[in-house]
Design a protein around this ligand. Structure first.
Ligand code: CUA
Length: 355
């Protein structure tokens, strides 16, 4: 036993140093949700165990290299020795117990967050439907306590200290919903709805990122997140009460929600699609030379059946052909028509250019 004294003492010293470093170093970004605490705890625990194991292995490894190195002139084989059953059983059983303990701890944490089975529904929880699509996030707040009418938003606004339950899906390819400061991450998968719960506990500004490679603009697929005090959230809901908005104001909202403004400018700038500035009531030259007047019927057809009339200088098949379906679905049970709202907004796009 005496010959092990030196490596054991060295292991204790280096193990203690590694543990001290692990606990002192700032590994994690700020913790902005209740879930961040157990998640960080789990990671830190495995770092601590790894630090001690690494010290044990490295000390014995380096010690053996130095102390049992071949001396000059030594050509003999090393002495033959038998394995030690007790030692072998110990170094099999002890790591097994440690790993099983870490696994069980992980199971408990995952279960407490509703990742393994659905948790009993929490009446206080805020329900939010998240859609990840190439390449933007959108957030729908369905009708529920505190939200008198469902609405969508291109930024995620959450009340502080209130659990939010996200129902996450995608209409195209896989994305992954991730707010690093809140730790939790969940895939958005076409054809299914994944649930994730979070309790933000620090007011502030964050970002949702996409953590799944999803095409050209994956790196830019991010949306602002605001965690507000309860009053701020109530105001956000009131600001989004669409029943109070005029058709033009609603149209402006849809133009953002549906991504129209990604391709159509309202200031005359040429983008992937024709500008809306001064469009209404003016003559438009179509591909092929026909001239038509941009009236309501023209705008409606252009939105619902974009390939039927291509403006000179633009290409067919650029604008999605899915709006007919989406508007039909989104208009169901509402007192207004989103297409009419959009047309109202397009009409207004000339107002501010005139004195
Ligand atoms: Cu969406 Cu990456």
């Amino acid at each position: 036993m005496k010959k092990f004294a030196v490596p054991i003492i060295l292991t204790v010293i280096f193990g203690w140093l590694a543990l001290w470093f692990t606990q002192t170093y700032q590994w994690f970004p700020m913790q902005a949700s209740a879930e961040a605490v157990p998640v960080d705890g789990m990671i830190l625990l495995s770092f601590e165990i790894l630090a001690v194991v690494a010290a044990l292995v490295m000390v014995f490894f380096v010690y053996a290299l130095v102390v049992f190195r071949r001396r000059p002139g030594d050509t003999a084989d090393g002495p033959h020795f038998h394995s030690h059953n007790g030692l072998e059983i110990a170094w099999t059983i002890v790591p097994l117990i440690i790993v099983m303990g870490m696994w069980w701890h992980g199971v408990q944490v995952a279960d407490s967050m509703g990742l393994l089975r659905e948790l009993p529904s929490d009446a206080q929880a805020l329900q939010i439907n998240v859609t990840g699509q190439q390449w933007a996030w959108s957030f729908e707040y369905p009708k529920q306590a505190g939200v008198p009418e469902s609405f969508s938003s291109d930024r995620l606004v959450l009340p502080v200290d209130r659990t939010a339950v996200f129902s996450i899906s995608s209409p195209d390819v896989m994305h992954s919903f991730w707010i690093p400061e809140m730790r939790m991450k969940m895939d958005a998968i076409p054809g299914r709805v994944n649930k994730m719960r979070l309790t933000p506990n620090k007011a502030g500004e964050y970002k949702v990122r996409c953590a799944e490679l999803c095409g050209t603009d994956h790196a830019y697929m991010e949306s602002p997140v605001q965690v507000l005090a309860a009053e701020g959230f109530t105001k956000f809901v009131a600001d989004n009460d669409i029943s109070k908005l005029s058709p033009e104001e609603r149209g402006e909202k849809w133009a953002k929600t549906y991504g129209c403004v990604g391709c159509h400018s309202i200031d005359g700038k040429k983008m992937a699609g024709p500008t809306w500035k001064d469009l209404y009531g003016h003559e438009v030259e179509l591909d092929g030379g026909t001239k038509v007047k941009a009236d309501e019927a023209y705008l409606k057809t252009s939105i619902l059946d974009p390939n039927s009339q291509i403006v000179l200088g633009f290409k067919p098949n650029v604008m999605p052909k899915t709006f007919q379906d989406r508007f039909t679905k989104d208009n169901a049970g509402k007192s207004f028509d989103e297409v009419d709202d959009l047309i109202a907004f397009i009409k207004s796009a000339k107002v501010d250019t005139q004195p």
